[in-house]
Design a protein around this ligand. Structure first.
Ligand code: BG6
Length: 374
């Protein structure tokens, strides 16, 4: 699809992601340091002293944190807790001076996220802010900060900052692994492959017309479930949030494994299902679920890898198939979210929603207003 000046910022920002991701990699991915940052709290001594990670954020930024947890736990082998900032303090927060507390926020001024960061800080945690705007209340409050380099954001619903957040958090996990002497050779190969992420995202963006057709089909319904598992589950949540936020369309992200414990009762010809699944992780339970969905008459749309590793059993059951390029599993979330962002845009346009100002924001007390004293 050609870009034109009068197009909403929302779609322009979706299309900026290859450039944003390339800028992020150029800034942070170094030949021997996986996060070219050495000042506190990313200095070696601090990172070596960390024994758990606590990530807190709101909305889309929370979903970036959820996906990062899988990488932190595998690479840095640190227990990683991720919670919505609005929940911080509503339970006994087990955070101390050996905790790396990461507050993720595109604006750097979500008040819940600032409060959660200050709560962790009061318990002695080492605090790091990941923001797209500095100076901001979060960068002032944290011991140190990283930028997502997404450039200026003109829309309320985060897209380019989100994929950059996911990439930077992944690099932070690699950096923690490196500081803890846990880097393994295969992971170094993976880091080389990170350079392919912008090109993979560009490949998916080029399939926008197919997503526009999916949006036309979805417009005939009143709701959709988006199913995924593992590090892709936060993408199901994020895709559902985008559809609610930007298309005012009811969507629910759900764990593929959990869906058979109750929600299946809702499924019929009027409840389309978008399934994000890959041959090397789907397994027989996913295939059994897909068969059950079809037996109940549900339209089933599969987002999965195309090519030699295509899941032929699942794709033969699907009514529509969105082909993702072959990428290593750890990079799949950043690629799988792209068709869901585009789907929210096209469905929002069909439903005549102002996709740049969709009205989902609480506003007011939800944001820490710019400090006039500067
Ligand atoms: C919400 C927005 O108000 O704030 C979401 O509608 C956003 O799109 C969330 O993800 C968190 O914002 P931030 O700036 O802290 O990432």
């Amino acid at each position: 699809m050609k870009e034109t000046d009068k197009e909403p910022f929302f779609i322009k920002e979706i299309r900026e992601q290859p450039k944003v991701l390339a800028n992020t990699l150029t800034k942070y991915l170094g030949p021997n340091l996986y996060l070219k940052m050495t000042r506190p709290p990313l200095d070696e001594a601090t990172l070596r002293g960390v024994n758990q990670v606590y990530i807190t954020a709101c909305g889309t930024s929370y979903h970036a944190g959820m996906t990062a947890r899988y990488i932190f736990e595998e690479l840095s082998q640190l227990p990683t807790v991720v919670e919505p900032a609005s929940e911080a303090g509503r339970h006994h927060l087990l955070v101390d001076d050996k905790t790396l507390a990461v507050a993720v926020s595109q604006s750097g001024r979500s008040s819940d996220t600032l409060s959660a960061l200050n709560l962790a800080k009061a318990r002695g945690a080492v605090t790091l802010a990941l923001v797209n705007d500095s100076p901001s209340p979060l960068t002032e409050a944290a011991s140190g900060y990283l930028m997502t380099l997404a450039g200026q954001v003109f829309t309320l619903s985060s897209t380019k900052a989100f994929t950059s957040q996911t990439l930077v958090l992944g690099l932070l996990a690699f950096r923690l692994a490196q500081s803890r002497g846990l880097m393994k050779e295969p992971w170094r190969q993976e880091l080389e492959n990170l350079g392919r992420v912008p090109e993979m995202v560009r490949y998916v963006l080029a399939l926008e017309d197919r997503v526009a057709l999916m949006a036309k089909a979805l417009a005939n319904y009143e709701q959709v479930f988006i199913l995924a598992r593992g590090a892709l589950l936060p993408m199901a949540y994020e895709g559902a949030l985008k559809l609610k936020e930007v298309a005012h369309f009811h969507a629910e992200g759900y764990s593929t494994g959990e869906f058979g414990h109750g929600p299946l009762g809702l499924v019929g010809p009027r409840s389309p299902i978008i399934l994000i699944a890959f041959a090397d992780e789907a397994g027989s339970s996913t295939l059994a679920l897909a068969r059950s969905l079809k037996a109940r008459g549900a339209p089933l749309w599969l987002i999965s890898e195309d090519g030699p590793k295509k899941d032929l059993a699942l794709s033969s059951l699907a009514d529509d198939f969105f082909p993702l390029p072959a990428v290593q599993p750890r990079l799949r979330p950043m690629v799988a979210i792209i068709p869901l962002q585009l789907l929210a845009y096209h469905l929002g346009r069909l439903r005549r929603v102002d996709v740049d100002n969709p009205g989902g924001l609480l506003g007011g007390e939800d944001w820490v207003q710019p400090d006039k004293s500067h």
